[in-house]
Design a protein around this ligand. Sequence first.
Ligand SMILES: Nc1ncnc2c1ncn2[C@@H]1O[C@H](COP(=O)(O)OP(=O)(O)OP(=O)(O)O)[C@@H](O)[C@H]1O
Ligand SMILES: [Mg+2]
Length: 500
Amino acid sequence: MSETSTNVMTVRGLTKSYGATSVLQGVEFSVARGEVHALLGGNGAGKSTMIKIITGAVSKNDGDIRFFDEDGRERSETEGRAKVAVVHQELALLPHLTVAENIALPNHRKGMGLFRRTAAAREAFESLRMIDQGFAATCLHRPVGSLSLHEGQMVEIARALSSGAELILLDEPTANLTALETERLFTVLRKLTGENGLSVVFVSHRMKEIRQIANVCTIIRDGRTVVDRQAINELSDVAIIEKMGQVTASHAVERTRLSAVTFDASSATNTLTIQEQGFKLELRPGTILGVAGAPAGPAMLIDGLTGAARSKRWTVARAGWPDRLQSPRQAARLGAGYITGDRAHKGVLHSLPIIDNVMASRRVVRGAAIAGGSEGAECLDLLKALKVRAASVWDLPNTLSGGTQQKLLIARWLGVPSRLLVLEEPTRGVDIGTKREIYQLIRQMAASGTIIVWWSTENVELLEVCSRVVAFDTEGRCAGVLAQADFSEEKLVTLTGMAA
Ligand SMILES: Nc1ncnc2c1ncn2[C@@H]1O[C@H](COP(=O)(O)OP(=O)(O)OP(=O)(O)O)[C@@H](O)[C@H]1O
Ligand SMILES: [Mg+2]
């Protein structure tokens, strides 16, 4: 596709370096009016950096960004940027303000008298209602700090939708959403692009979604445009993945030094029993239990399994364990590992270098906090296994891309001998190629005797990797358990009440 006079924005020859690290090396990117444009690329390709440069959050070294009005006339940069709204990869909400106030934030320039405030609350309600009516009805006056990650994500999206922008940049907006919420978001986006001529730039690592919503794509790789505006249906999945520089065929994962824990799968002492009223699941070593559904139900189960909160609903029983885990510390000591779904707030240790982020769990499990000579080598091995390219293990995690930070959390538990590993969306933001490798690593950990409990909003990955899946409905109730023989996306969608 060639550049047309209907472009809302063009980016030409964009370059950006951080010190000696060259991130963007002449990116070309143009967005036409009324299209949903998928911006694709592996972890660290430069997508978020470009988005931040477009909004002015990060400065560029060189290149040209131009904005145009409906008649193709160029706008000034300030004028153009005022018509851009963004949902960043990590949430940017003010925790002490209410939902309505956060959504109205971009409008504060207009002045905020009482009348305006009421109108703003009404607008906030309307935009939230497009994604979730029930949530809109109850959340408007709650402080954002009291919301869950996925509720926060909806507020961010609602803010972008109600901002009156002509161009919305969505950097992995669906990473925290359930299938139903994603479907609702897509319906709204289709309506706004079709009727109002809104343009959307959509970043995601979920191929199925990308095909559902985008008409055209640009692919960047190592800071360069390798596909410049091509209709997405002209490219196969394999072609897209190859353009991103990723391997498609199943191939041997570079093995980390995974310790082979010997176990007896049939032994009752190694079995973990989880139960709530009417439901009892026995998890033998090597089980990979998928957990599907809206976050409320899974969160309660996970709290019980990690000792985070004393779940009244779930009891967790294992020989040598108390009936109820009292604290995360106790859970860790008993061999339960945990990867949080809230990477930014509960996962990454932002002020500590990469090596501390990667080695944290090992140090707790081994009871040693001293970074010995071998620790550096071990950390490098783990990073290599997950294809993390870092200039130095002593850099801070915020020098890594979002998906790469997620890999640090995974590295933390890779090969640590644990009885139980609880995963909340472990592949959130991880690119397609690396996801496959992570699935393989999780299978290896299960094969070495770890029980895996894995919550994901991406049903396809649960059905691909798990041996059983427990589904929760939208009210947080346990709706059923699927054995491998019964696996199908339709069944999961029905059980979780996620049908649109
Ligand atoms: N503040 C920084 N200092 C140094 N390097 C940085 C900084 N911010 C980003 N980078 C580097 O820039 C590159 C591009 O990062 P960016 O976040 O744009 O990737 P991305 O395409 O959004 O990846 P992801 O899919 O994981 O979100 C990465 O190699 C990252 O390490
Ligand atoms: Mg990013």
